[in-house]
Design a protein around this ligand. Sequence first.
Ligand code: ZN
Ligand code: ZN
Length: 448
Amino acid sequence: MNCFKGVCAAGILIFSQPIEALAQEQPTPEMQKAIEFFSQAGNPEGRWIEGETMVPHVESASHFNAAMLYYPGTEELQDNEIRVSFMGSTYYPSQDQSGMSIYVELGNGDRFVFDMGIGSLRNYNSFSVPFNTINHVFISHLHMDHVSDLPYFTMFRPIQGGYTPLNIYGPSGSEPQYGTQHFVDSMMAMTAWHQDSFNAWPVGEGYNPNVVEFDYMDEGGTVYEANGVKITHWPTSHTKDGATSYRLDWNGKSLCYTGDNRPNSLTIKYCEGVDMLISEVQTATVSVTSRALGMPAAMAAYTIDTSHTPAYGLGYICEQTKPKVCVASHYSYDDVFNNETVAEVRYHYKGAFAFGAPDLVVFNLHGDGKVWWREGVTGESNQVPRPVYTDDEITFPAPKHQVYDVINEIIEANEIDPELWYPPEKRPELVREWPLTEDITIPNPFAN
Ligand SMILES: [Zn+2]
Ligand SMILES: [Zn+2]
């Protein structure tokens, strides 16, 4: 029985397995007819189309442990499957929404992150995603709701075993100081104190990020191609030159993440027929939302009308591109506005639609062109995920210096003698110096 924590795919399994067996034993025409009616409720496939939007692409799968919930770490991706988890879904963080971040896992083991906005890292930890498994981060643009967790991630990734350079992809700007390279250079300069303090631990090349900055004007260029995965980009209009949209292709499956922008003809050009189109969205109710936000209506209108995608615009784009599912994110997920937003999208678009919000909504692109989405389940408190070490041996790089090399001896002398506060029978042998000066390779004690 395919159950997890009491949630079972009962509707599928109870009907299908016993009925097939029964049909083989008692294949009388009358019984067969009764069985078909029982399992199909008089609605055989092809007789009519149910609902308004969900057929034919929206479908669960038998390999999901739960039909409506996703329990991280409990499901192996199929060889041809993509899982997309919204680790951040908005611009103003709230209790259940972080700044934009989309985590894409492929059935071949590759993982990609698109944007890393404020607060999103707690969701990676909640989903037990070790930092050393994230090696490729793609930046749509340099607003802080999209990149402000990147400094923390870069600094703590080596502590979770990320000893190789982090690859950061993003656009150039109209001048060098507006480009991704400058942002990362400045981030590394800003974190000098942090780096030198952590240089007393193994960090390897973790503090030498590799920046792949592409021409922000380049249209349709390839920014990443390896292992059957291709990621392309095109420029988009959002507050200032240097914003970009992305498309990922792998194994016949595809998704677009357009970042923040005004409705854009290039999105229609490059996202036609994708499995999943992820866009920002704004409810086109400026007078109402401006009062809710405490913002003058003209300021709210100016912001939306120059820089963002009203829901009518998203509906137009999705009607033009016809993705298997149209996903709206970068959205303050509020009951007051959700129905209105859907209604505006529906003005043009009649296909499958979902919110990529609040945080931890999970989409599976699976099987032969099917899509399904669920709510991710996490505990309220979480251990830091264990790094993933896949090789037979682990090499721990030598620290660049000892802790007390960078602490003044006068300040060190103010430390209270541990003998005064450890119980006598509990006094450990203190490790006050890293015991090695060279890299050390040990058999992997964590291998499965
Ligand atoms: Zn934004
Ligand atoms: Zn923005």
